[in-house]
Design a protein around this ligand. Structure first.
Ligand code: SF4
Ligand code: SF4
Length: 119
């Protein structure tokens, strides 16, 4: 059987946001070097589990992600201060394709949920 086709890679990460979605509390690790780069507002979006730091997960995505149903864009509110784990995930790489294969529908469902909540 041929392998399933690769997912289409969006033209812009702002139109996607898929890799910022997860339900796992340990999804985005924040190391000391990441923490040092952050200002107080960014640090407020992190959480310690034991002695390890992570980006907080809220509503099924990283707490720093701001989904905008009007523009249908997904903005990282701490982009210049984002952790190294996020910097290493480039659009179009195999990691990106893996994220898209697993979770591509989640951003769209999140936008729909926000619209429903605001009605
Ligand atoms: S890196 Fe890939 S999965 Fe992540 S936002 Fe960009 S296009 Fe989407
Ligand atoms: S810090 Fe920014 S780029 Fe990293 S997962 Fe959170 S929203 Fe996405």
């Amino acid at each position: 059987m041929p392998p399933p086709p690769l997912p289409e890679v969006p033209s812009d990460c702002l139109l996607c946001g898929t890799c910022c979605f997860s339900d796992l509390p340990e999804y985005v690790r924040v190391f000391g070097v990441d923490h040092d780069r952050m200002d107080d507002d960014a640090r407020a979006l992190t959480t310690f589990l034991g002695n390890r730091c992570f980006m907080r997960i809220e509503d099924g995505h990283c707490a720093a992600l701001v989904p905008d149903p009007q523009t249908r864009r997904f903005v990282c509110s701490i982009y210049p201060m984002r952790p190294d784990a996020c910097r290493s995930l480039d659009r179009g790489t195999s990691a990106c394709l893996g994220e898209l294969s697993l979770k591509r529908e989640r951003p769209l469902l999140a936008l729909e949920a926000i619209v429903r909540k605001n009605r």
